[in-house]
Design a protein around this ligand. Structure first.
Ligand SMILES: O=C(O)CCC(=O)C(=O)O
Ligand SMILES: [Fe+2]
Length: 236
């Protein structure tokens, strides 16, 4: 059963984070999780791109400043794009792009911004394992005079973490999407500190240590600027 359907997304707002984080626990069932993992792993080997510290499947086309040459999503991803979009996450538009990331235990992703090619909302379904998603202030976000001359290390730009459990849906918008950077530290275990701002929503306790397994995430977004194949090729 879908916990969030027919419910207002407002109740899922994480109050202790900058605007705007929504965390929906058990957005999908264990059966749906197993089904999605099965679909991810039965995709052709050639769909995977190996990166340092993770591997990746790109679905829907490659976002580009001039527009994305849209590719039809497979039905199993289209269904979840529609389900999430129907909650209003993309202001009435339907998500058309999905990144599948696979992190083995101990792997992660460097702090980064997702950039301007997407509608400023990122939604993530997590499968298989929890992780901690870490957020960082942008480099030199200090106001004039606030800079004490100390070098801006990753450590002192770190602001907070979100605990994302398997089967959860995370929706990031506004400052959390537009201004802050996000990343995942390459760790095998996470000890939950007071910097994890959604502990109660995620059903966890401060001081707990969680061991990571292999996590597969579906990063579901809307790319507004799309090129239609036939126009690009100049066909009639
Ligand atoms: O795995 C995640 O939840 C984050 C993935 C991510 O940040 C990205 O692909 O841009
Ligand atoms: Fe990202």
């Amino acid at each position: 059963p879908c916990m969030s359907c027919n419910r207002d997304l407002k109740q899922f707002i994480v109050d202790d984070a900058p605007p705007t984080v929504r965390y929906v626990p058990d957005f999908i069932s264990e059966d749906e999780e197993a089904y999605l993992l099965q679909q991810v792993y039965k995709s052709p080997k050639t769909k995977w791109t190996q990166l340092s510290g993770r591997r990746l499947q790109n679905w829907g086309g490659l976002p580009h400043p001039k527009g994305m040459l849209a590719e039809k999503l497979p039905d199993w991803l289209q269904a979840y794009c529609e389900k999430i979009s129907s909650l209003g996450a993309f202001s009435g538009k339907t998500a058309n792009h999905v990144l599948v990331n696979e992190y083995k235990q101990g792997e992660g992703i460097m702090p980064h911004e997702d950039g301007p090619l997407y509608h400023p909302t990122v939604t993530t379904i997590s499968l298989g394992s929890h992780t901690l998603l870490d957020f960082y202030a942008p480099i030199s976000s200090l106001e004039d005079g606030e800079d004490d001359g100390a070098p801006q290390t990753e450590e002192n730009r770190f602001l907070l973490s979100l605990l994302v459990k398997p089967r959860s849906l995370l929706i990031l918008q506004d400052e959390m999407y537009q201004r802050l950077l996000h990343g995942i530290r390459p760790r095998s275990q996470d000890t939950l500190t007071d910097k994890v701002v959604n502990l109660s929503a995620a059903g966890a306790l401060q001081g707990e240590t969680l061991t990571r397994g292999t996590r597969v995430s579906l990063t579901i977004r809307h790319v507004p600027k799309v090129i239609k194949t036939k126009l690009l090729l100049g066909r009639k």
